[in-house]
Design a protein around this ligand. Structure first.
Ligand code: SF4
Length: 346
């Protein structure tokens, strides 16, 4: 139940209008249930406990990796479920990777979520709930939630109203989480109409585009979305985004053994991106049930060096949490994740 719905319910119960804001404040402050909303009279807390779930999504399971990554399964009252990942960095910083859809219709070959098929769009509140859970865990361990990335389950630009609503809440310094928009990244596989809309939105969030191939035949085999929005259309949309916003676009490139990691692929990629508006993140493949394998380290290094020689900024993004299926491309509500669940945060 979002804040407006709660406000209407409380109004029907004869409660003053400010109760909904008090509930939102308590959630942001880390309250775990209605009985911890101390601004409410005891009788109201008891009535809410009886009738309304405190969170829009409840944590149902949790797995942790020795590298500090934590993955939760969260479930909404209607049964829709997603996974959310908290990633640990040095110096007490944490990043949360949030999901925007409970499944995905776009069926990218390398992605476990794509194999699940479509699921419903999450609401803005359900997205923010994931960040609140992650922030509470970060703070409980003396760390700080510094970044939010929309790289979990689903294609964020297919659910852009909710994603932008969530971004506004995440960035809001007085009523939200106060995370700088520059530390919020939205990642798309190339849903072109969404890129144009995102360019017009006032929040200065970062855009990451999963390209993963430098020619249409390879990209279409990996990502069926390319049949609808081929590389030339996608990069033209990215350039319009750069012109409108004055910001760069981050190009994500998953290196797959023998698929897209040859020297000729690096040369083609460099020629596509040669105008200084892009930064390339090379990503190590994390195993899923699909047919692909990770590029060997020497080919990854050669690919990066070839891009740099061509004047393209390129870094390698290290994967974390692969041992608990929490890394890029691995989120899929695996049964063992739920069964192995430990008690949740709160
Ligand atoms: S990579 Fe993203 S868009 Fe592609 S199937 Fe996975 S969740 Fe969907």
């Amino acid at each position: 139940m979002n804040r407006d719905e709660l406000g209407r319910l409380l109004q029907r119960w004869g409660e003053p209008a400010y109760r909904a804001r008090q509930a939102a404040d308590a959630r942001r402050a880390g309250a775990a249930g209605w009985d911890e909303v101390t601004a409410f009279p005891l009788a109201l807390r008891a009535r809410l406990v009886e009738h309304i779930p405190f969170r829009s999504m409840e944590p149902q399971g949790e797995v942790a990796s020795p590298d500090g990554t934590v993955k939760w399964t969260l479930r909404a009252p209607d049964g829709a479920a997603v996974e959310t990942v908290l990633i640990a960095h040095a110096a007490g910083r944490r990043t949360v990777c949030v999901s925007s859809q409970a499944g995905c219709a776009l069926a990218c070959r390398f992605c476990a979520t794509g194999a699940m098929g479509p699921g419903r769009d999450l609401t803005a509140d359900e997205i923010v709930e994931q960040a609140l859970l992650a922030r509470a865990r970060a703070e409980a361990t003396g760390a700080r939630l510094a970044n939010v990335v929309f790289m979990g389950m689903g294609e964020p630009l297919q659910n852009l109203d909710a994603v932008l609503g969530a971004c506004d809440q995440l960035a809001d310094g007085s009523e939200g989480l106060g995370i700088s928009p520059r530390r919020i990244a939205i990642s798309t596989v190339g849903w072109v109409p969404g890129i144009a809309r995102l360019a017009r939105h006032p929040a200065t969030v970062r855009l990451a585009v999963s390209l993963h191939a430098a020619d249409d035949a390879t990209r279409s085999a990996l990502m069926p979305v390319n049949l609808r929005y081929p590389i030339a259309n996608l990069l033209a949309a990215c350039r319009r985004y750069c012109d409108t916003t004055g910001r760069r676009v981050f190009i994500e490139y998953l290196l797959l053994d023998g698929v897209n990691d040859a020297p000729a692929d690096a040369r083609r990629l460099a020629s596509l991106l040669r105008d200084g508006r892009f930064h390339v993140n090379l990503i190590e493949y994390n195993p899923t049930a699909g047919p692909d394998r990770a590029s060997p380290p020497e080919r990854r290094r050669a690919f990066q060096a070839a891009l740099r020689r061509a004047g393209i900024e390129a870094s390698v993004r290290r994967s974390r949490g692969a041992d608990v299926a929490a890394a890029c491309g691995q989120l899929a509500l695996e049964p063992q994740t739920v069964q192995a669940a430990r008690p949740s945060l709160k």
